[in-house]
Design a protein around this ligand. Structure first.
Ligand code: ZN
Length: 467
């Protein structure tokens, strides 16, 4: 008996020794080991899963934190952080690994905030979207020429330019007054080819009902929000999305909790002027520099997920001795941003007669805080497979209306008052089946016609470019 006890104590000591997180540069093997150890420490609230492979066959491994690992729970919002999309930008990668270790330790230590967050949110962390690029950058980190080395994947493609360009389709519809604002992939003729890393991540984005996300980069210190592509080609102009005020608040929820991002207490990364800290540490993507085919706008225009882009340090590949400070600077911001999955409203949409859930119902918000100036937010979200939906929104009064094929449309007035640590207010709808849906058919016809013209125009442009 005594010897069993003795060996258990020894095992515990060795586990503690091997699970202490180290602030070092974790290559793929070391990073996978960190995740394995976190899972071993917290098997009941974590799961590791692989969403695909890089060009050179490295795994794209996600660690999930949830009270029901592997399962979407009805009404529970899904959140993700994606780091190291540019292989030579490594701060986000190390922060995500440390965050995984921290969440597990805090949960085990019964920290009330961490417990509440994990009990109410399903969190997915992808520490590297571009492991091949990372390995190149890692090998050449001491070369002076390494500012861009490892940015692209092994095929030399910038992954943050390789997603379907839905901004162009959005603007095309907008110019023609076509009433189609979201889930645009349904109307998109593919502009591939897409890299394996992009295909894997896009599939993941499309198959999980994410409500909120951030995509981590380095090279500057700012939280960047949609749209990323300018409305006018070749110009860096502010590109307002229908959720501009919400996105600004989401970006501020990160920047203002970061130790420096929103403060005028640091040297600007470009050594010229720090316009970002004068703007609260945030910027509209297109106003900074216009990007087509980025992941951020793909999330917003193809799915219900709101994504922002975080630039976490001037230095892309800092010395390992600076990583602990990076964690301390970002810790509160990382946690606060995850909590934003709970702003606005959420609910369940069901059939009034049968009680069955209704997937793909369309939920619209009109901001009626100022009753004289109602503002329709032209970005509907849709209900997931279980009839549940999440609609991020700031404090205010809203008219929430719901449309579903085969049902009478319905609406309700709601006052949103977000409180940190609380779940989103629940607003359920029971829909009455209807017989015909003439208006919707007409609207679909208009959209279909416009989509055909867009495809023909795109083909024409392609032929012109080929000449
Ligand atoms: Zn980047």
């Amino acid at each position: 008996m005594a010897s069993v006890l003795y060996s258990m104590i020894l095992l515990c000591i060795s586990l503690v020794a091997c699970t202490a997180f180290e602030y070092i540069h974790h290559d793929t093997e070391a990073a996978e080991k960190v995740l394995d150890e976190v899972h071993r420490k917290c098997p009941d609230i974590t799961r590791l899963y692989v969403i695909g492979e890089s060009v050179e066959g490295r795994p794209l491994t996600v660690i999930e934190f949830s009270t029901t690992p592997g399962k979407h729970e009805l009404l529970k919002p899904e959140f993700k952080y994606v780091a190291n999309m540019h292989g030579n930008e490594i701060v986000g990668r190390e922060l995500v690994l440390k965050l995984a270790d921290y969440l597990c330790d805090q949960y085990k230590a019964k920290d009330p905030d961490t417990r509440l967050l994990i009990n109410t949110t399903r969190i997915h962390l992808l520490y590297s979207m571009n492991p091949d690029g990372y390995e190149r950058a890692y090998t050449h980190q001491n070369d002076d020429k390494s500012w861009l080395l490892g940015r692209a994947n092994a095929n030399g493609v910038d992954l943050n330019r390789n997603f379907p360009d839905l901004d162009s389709l959005y603007y095309y519809f907008e110019r023609r007054g076509v009433p189609r604002y979201s889930h645009l992939l349904d109307f998109f003729s593919d502009d591939g080819p897409h890299e394996p890393e992009v295909r894997s991540v896009a599939r993941w984005i499309l198959s999980t009902p994410f409500a909120l996300s951030a995509n981590m980069h380095e090279g500057d210190l700012v939280a960047n929000y949609p749209f990323d592509a300018s409305r006018i080609d070749g110009e860096n102009q502010y590109a307002r999305s229908p959720d501009d005020v919400t996105f600004r608040a989401l970006a501020l929820s990160y920047s203002t909790k970061h130790a420096h991002m929103a403060k005028d207490d640091h040297k600007p990364c470009d050594n010229v002027e720090d316009k970002f800290s004068r703007q609260g540490g945030i910027t509209n993507g297109a106003r900074w520099y216009s990007v087509k085919g980025g992941m951020q706008d793909f999330n917003y225009l193809a799915t219900n997920c709101f994504e922002i882009t975080l630039e976490l340090s001037c230095t892309k590949f800092p010395n390992a001795s600076l990583l602990e400070q990076a964690w301390n600077d970002n810790k509160e911001a990382l946690l606060n941003f995850m909590w934003q999955s709970h702003i606005g409203i959420k609910g369940l949409i069901t059939d009034k007669l049968t009680g069955e859930p209704i997937p793909d119902a369309v939920i619209w918000l009109t901001n009626v805080t100022d009753p004289k100036r109602p503002i329709l937010i032209t970005h509907p979200v849709t209900s997931a497979a279980g009839g549940d939906y999440w609609r991020l929104a700031l404090d205010g009064k809203y008219n929430v209306s719901v449309d579903a094929y085969g049902y009478e449309p319905t609406s309700r007035l709601v006052t949103v008052h977000n409180v940190h640590g609380n779940e989103a207010q629940r607003v359920d709808f029971q829909l009455q089946p209807s017989i015909a849906d003439e208006a919707e058919n007409e609207e679909n016809e208009t959209v279909n016609e416009a989509q055909e013209t867009y495809a023909a125009d795109a083909l024409e442009r392609e032929l012109e470019n080929a000449q």
